[in-house]
Design a protein around this ligand. Sequence first.
Ligand code: NAD
Length: 548
Amino acid sequence: MADSGSKSSTSLRGNSLLHDPVLNKGTAFTDRERDALGLRGLLPARVHTQPEQVQRVLNNLRSQSSDLEKYIFLTALHDRNETLFFRVVMENAEEIMPLIYTPTVGLGCQLYGRIYRQPRGLFVTAADAGRVKQVLKNWPQKAGLIVVTDGERILGLGDLGAQGMGIPVGKLSLYTACAGMDPSLCLPVTLDVGTENEELLQDPLYIGVVRRRLRGAEYDALVEEFVAAANEVFPGVLIQFEDFANANAFRLLHKYQDRICTFNDDIQGTASVALSGLKSAIRITGKSLADTRVLFLGAGEAACGIADLVTASLMAQGLPEAEARKRCWLVDSKGLVTAARQGLTDHKRKYAHEHAPIADFASAVNALKPQAIIGVAAVGRTFTKPIIEAMSSFNERPIVFALSNPTSKSECTAEEAYAWSKGRAVFACGSPFAPVNFDGRTFVPRQGNNSYIFPGVGLGVVACKARRVTDEMFLAAADTLAGMVSQADLDQGSIYPSLSRMREVSAAIATRVADVAFARGLAGVPKPADTAAFIRKNMYEPTYPSYA
Ligand code: NAD
């Protein structure tokens, strides 16, 4: 259908209307609309339906020669016709999500200054200290959800400064595509506080402020001013912190999570999707979560976030905290994190258990004999053949999650995990891998993609105007997602549902999250009789309104 049939009005006419990406319908403007809105002659004569427009977009998209070209093409569509963009993404999620988010967005950010066409989102620079509120007031809409980055740890690619803007932009597109978050509520923000990336500092086409990173008290003051101003200009706004370097990410989360409506997706969203994966994986291994020792390669935001939520889940099952924490072990660049190690940060210290020092991951695998290994160190090719073979020697069904992004940082490929374990690995990945044929079986590895979690959590929080985002909400999200994995999924080695079910998954998660908010007295609206229906009513549909 080209039109939803819902009537809408606009004061825009002619060219101005065609160049407004929110209102533009392109060739789908009907004859009546063309007469009424001064469009006659400004468009080719033939009126196309939205499905026909979708087909044209897909033909064009598929004829682009590289993923980067596809990213640029889709960005241009987003800038031209927002409704059509979201229709295309929603109907082709498996094909398009990797183009607008990981892994392609990584390259998009690295080259942001080179491929830059149009601004999107709001840049708050170090020089804006003292006037951040005015900058936020320049945003033309009332934001309900901000995704903010300072660009210091973009995926596994490090410091990309202001070019990290690709991340909040992409993430908010996923919010709308996956959960039907109203795009008019979404505000991407980059805190452009400089960069330590020499290449960017030397690049004449770099888009950010050319300076070294703001640090210390001045940095904290700018973040504080931003948080306060955002809550003043957009009261109750949900602020999602994204791709901050890990010292700042943990600090800022702890500073703000009990003060404002906020969460950090790299820590909490990752935790929820990984916990959900573990819950599904143990349906295959036949062990309980309490009987599953998890060894992480990496001890940063993702690893500690996952370990914290696994602990919370075990504690909810009745395990004492100290016992629960002992299920998780960390290996960082210095080796196994043990109680004797000096100078550990607080987030690592919680998992520093008594053990003799071990210098490398392979030795730690052999010493600890874990049931699950989770790779989140952003160092590629680290789950080697001997490691997967060792895991397979003491586990009938070893759990192997290679979660580092983008693809080049993946700890191993899906093919390697299945081949080296002789088809026994229960595998999940951070970046997408194609199905693998091994020994007459076809395995369909699925991504432990945060997009299963954060869009539903955000939608639930924004819809019920929750004042806080709590761990209980992320536990509920993990549980809901795991509950949507069918036996048929498990039989083909998939521990997540198909990406094509994303809207259904997000709606279910949003419903559970809103119910947590209602139950805990955190919601800003009265509890509806039917939370699921209330959530569905809040979901945006990319259908054109009728203007005449
Ligand atoms: P981070 O910077 O907070 O943590 C990285 C950790 O790896 C640090 O503890 C560091 O000490 C450790 N490390 C670095 N080199 C190492 C080495 N050679 N051996 C062992 N440890 C080493 O980053 P993060 O947010 O935790 O993200 C890490 C990776 O996980 C990234 O590639 C990111 O894209 C990926 N990730 C994937 C998902 C997902 O798939 N859903 C979600 C979040 C993060």
